[in-house]
Design a protein around this ligand. Structure first.
Ligand code: CA
Ligand code: CA
Ligand code: CA
Length: 539
């Protein structure tokens, strides 16, 4: 992208051309291999739409148009949350070059610059978001070469935009609310979801923060397919009138007899594996692709526009040349986190929901408002596509073309940079491994502070508080309000305690807090409980 005019609206004619090109490219993509498995889908299954690319509903098009108070080409929101430049000064550092310049944008934060290639499955206008700036270098023979500047420490903050529902009458936008081929839902599912919502939830953000953990937690039945195997491994092609399992993965699909969920037929098994309504009704667990489909359907049924996103790892770890590029990174935390990634394909599906006029990322670990760090097993995720339904995408086609070699992405060059005005204290979230938890703001009444195990082990003990699941990424005393509850793991070391708590609990006292019993103190009208895993109990 250029230095100004970000989030520029794609010309309508260009979008039509892109849609036509996509249609032409995928119209003949239906597989025809002999020996595959063709499975009829139930009558009434919505069709797939392989021409989804280019839809404004999958870009940043509908996002609330923020003010640019200083006229430097960057919105106030982007300056506050992504670039960390001054939203009131067109030239934050006074060097004569405005903040909107591609380099100036990187001077107040930490960024990674990479050149990557993506094969076949990509969607440039959907890749540009709150965490990455994308510039297309070339598009040739189904391969996109692009430069990306990643802002790993950017963050999204929802705002109220009461006018957003006006978009719902726009046909492109309405698709973000409608049932689609696998992200299907019906009135019965909608009614069951809405009936479960406690009183007092007033905004879409509160609703998402309630529904995401609640609907993920209701999945108590074992995954329809083996752990680590998902529809991508099975290469299911759902773009045609029926589902097609190619010969290469037919045996894997048929091996389900050893799985714990009983399914009578191929069609029944497929429904439980891939279709949101069936997952919801059967309370089935699943891997990331199914979870994304499931969450998209749950959110849409509840009236929150949602879409799936495909991300992949920064590099192909099976290629020593690409791994060697990690040596270019000066950020040791990220460099080492990347080196620990699995040396194989590492891609992830998660969700973007349109809340308060912004696209917030939602992950299947219950986090609402997550970024690009430490998501789905990737130290940094690079977004390559957004879609209405995973069935629309060419994932099965790509995977038939020789997965795992070659992988559909490659890192060509890599560097990182701490801007000269970089100030660690201004980053939210702070650098380091992304902690587990939902970003808490608003009316939440309970918070958990501690490691992943502690939070997961105790979240459900707080049922009865609103919302039912509460957790915390970063402790901000301002969030503590009269009547709120903060549960802190006794495993939390002294130096990791929030400053406000340190003032309340002396170092000596902290040493005395053991796992024997919850230790209760009050702070600014809120109750603080130090507890070990499994004993937070009812405050
Ligand atoms: Ca500005
Ligand atoms: Ca500025
Ligand atoms: Ca400047």
């Amino acid at each position: 992208m250029n230095s100004t005019g970000r989030r520029a609206t794609l010309p309508a004619a260009l979008m039509v051309l892109m849609a036509l090109a996509a249609t032409a490219a995928f119209a003949q993509a239906r597989p025809s291999e002999k020996g595959g498995l063709s499975i009829p889908l139930p009558p009434g299954t919505p069709p797939a739409d392989p021409s989804y690319r280019g839809s404004p509903a999958l870009s940043w098009y509908y996002m609330v148009k923020d003010a640019d108070s200083d006229g430097d080409g960057l919105s106030d929101y982007e300056e506050l949350h992504k670039y960390l430049t001054d939203p009131a000064k067109a030239d934050s550092d006074g060097d004569g070059i405005p903040d909107g310049d591609a380099n100036e944008r990187r001077e107040y934060t930490y960024t990674i610059e990479a050149v990557r290639t993506l094969r076949t499955w990509y969607h440039p206008e959907a890749m540009d978001d709150s965490f990455q700036d994308v510039e297309v270098i070339s598009e040739k023979d189904g391969v996109l070469t692009y430069r990306v500047v990643l802002y790993p420490y950017a963050n999204d903050a929802p705002v109220g935009d009461p006018a957003w529902k006006a978009h719902a009458s726009d046909p492109a936008f309405a698709r973000l609310l409608a049932p689609s081929r696998t992200a299907n839902w019906d009135e019965a599912m909608r009614a069951e979801i809405l009936a479960s919502v406690p009183a007092g939830i007033a905004t879409d953000l509160e609703l998402a923060r309630y529904l995401v953990p609640a609907c993920l937690a209701r999945r108590t039945n074992p995954a329809a397919i083996a752990k680590g195997v998902d529809p991508i491994d099975l290469r299911v092609d759902l773009r045609g009138a029926d589902a097609f399992i190619p010969p290469a993965s037919k045996a894997l699909f048929k091996a389900r007899s050893s799985r714990s969920y009983p399914a009578d037929s191929d069609a029944d098994f497929l429904l439980g594996m891939l279709f949101a309504k069936t997952m919801f009704d059967r309370r089935l667990d699943g891997a990331c692709t199914e979870s994304a489909t499931y969450l998209v359907a749950v959110l849409r049924a509840a009236g929150i526009p949602a879409r799936g996103i495909e991300t992949n790892a920064l590099l192909d770890f099976s290629d020593p040349k690409q791994v060697a590029l990690l040596g270019q990174l000066t950020n040791a935390d990220l460099r080492e986190a990347l080196r620990k990634e699995a040396p194989s394909y590492n891609g992830h599906h998660y969700v973007e929901a349109y809340i308060g006029g912004r696209w917030l990322k939602i992950n299947n670990d219950r986090r609402v408002g997550v970024g690009i760090l430490d998501v789905g097993g990737t130290a940094i995720s690079c977004k390559c596509d957004a879609y209405f339904d995973v069935a629309d995408t060419p994932v099965s086609e790509i995977w038939r073309k020789g997965y795992p070699n070659p992988l559909p992405y490659r890192l060509v060059s890599l560097s990182d940079r701490y801007g000269p005005w970089f100030d660690k204290a201004r980053l939210t979230p702070a650098p380091g491994p992304a902690p587990w938890g939902v970003d808490i703001q608003g009316r939440t009444k309970a918070y958990l502070l501690g490691g992943k195990e502690f939070c997961e082990g105790n979240a459900w003990r707080l049922e009865g508080l609103r919302p039912k699941l509460c957790s915390i990424q970063y402790f901000l005393p301002a969030w503590l309000e009269e009547g709120a509850v903060l549960v802190v793991s006794t495993e939390t070391p002294w130096d990791q305690l929030p400053g406000a708590l340190k003032k309340l609990v002396t170092r000596e006292k902290h040493r005395l807090i053991t796992g024997d019993r919850p230790y209760v103190v009050t702070l600014a009208g809120a109750t603080v409980i130090f507890a070990s895993a499994g004993q937070a109990g009812t405050p």
